[in-house]
Design a binder for this molecule. Structure first.
Ligand SMILES: [Zn+2]
Length: 234
């Protein structure tokens, strides 16, 4: 096989592999990182932290209401049992019941206030959770697309690798070494096409007539006079 053409074919395959690899890396990065989901999660975390102390506060107040109620019940039971006859003691018990009643009323006012706060914080949290769910769903759909693309790229890579084995077999050992040496120096494109207007496909510089005839006629590998890539007439 014409060595120029064989090398050009190999280069096309290698460029394809590089493209696939770059895209695969970008997909991996995107799958691992989703700013929208992270931001929505932060909002949920903040809302949860706001709600927690309010809920604790409400539970504490409920316990205090219960204990106030049972204290009052006990005192009332003793007061009306007839077992206490001392007027001073009876008066003290009545005073205690009155103050427990006031305290109970105050606790209930506080509870109402905290309950309103809890409701508000719960509604903020619900909204944040709804947003998070929506964003996660969107990310999952997006991920689905990315995962399908990734799958397609992986099969393309294996297809290209098979083609590469065949392409390498068509290149002489010396030329393969030359290609490998030039690759890093020429941004992975050591081979350029000789366009029909005698210009180099890589740098655009017109080649001299004698040279172009030589390239088109012979098997010899000739360098572009400007960018020093190997020129191939396809
Ligand atoms: Zn050139």
């Amino acid at each position: 096989m014409n060595q120029g053409k064989a090398l050009y074919k190999l280069q096309e395959i290698d460029l394809g592999l590089i493209r696939c690899d770059k895209r695969l890396q970008a997909i991996e990065a995107q799958l691992a990182d989703n700013d929208a989901v992270k931001a929505a999660q932060v909002t949920v975390d903040i809302a949860e932290e706001e709600l927690k102390p309010l809920q604790k506060n409400l539970r504490d107040l409920e316990l205090q209401v219960q204990s106030t109620r049972s204290k009052r019940n006990n005192t009332e039971t003793r007061l009306y049992s007839g077992s206490v006859t001392n007027p001073k003691e009876l008066q003290d018990m009545q005073n205690e019941i009155e103050s427990l009643k006031k305290w109970h009323a105050e606790l209930e006012d506080r509870m109402l206030e905290v309950m309103l706060g809890v409701e508000e914080a719960e509604s903020v949290l619900n909204d944040a959770q709804d947003t998070l769910a929506q964003v996660m769903e969107a990310a999952a759909t997006e991920n689905q697309d990315l995962l399908s693309e990734k799958q397609a790229l992986i099969s393309e890579v294996s297809h290209l690798q098979e083609k590469r084995i065949a392409a390498i077999a068509a290149v002489d050992e010396t030329n393969l070494k030359l290609y490998d040496t030039m690759r890093p120096q020429k941004a992975n494109q050591p081979i350029a096409k000789l366009n029909s207007d005698d210009t180099c496909s890589a740098c655009g510089i017109r080649q001299m007539g004698v040279v172009t005839q030589e390239i088109r006629r012979s098997e010899e590998l000739i360098y572009c006079r400007n960018c020093k890539r190997l020129l191939v007439a396809l």
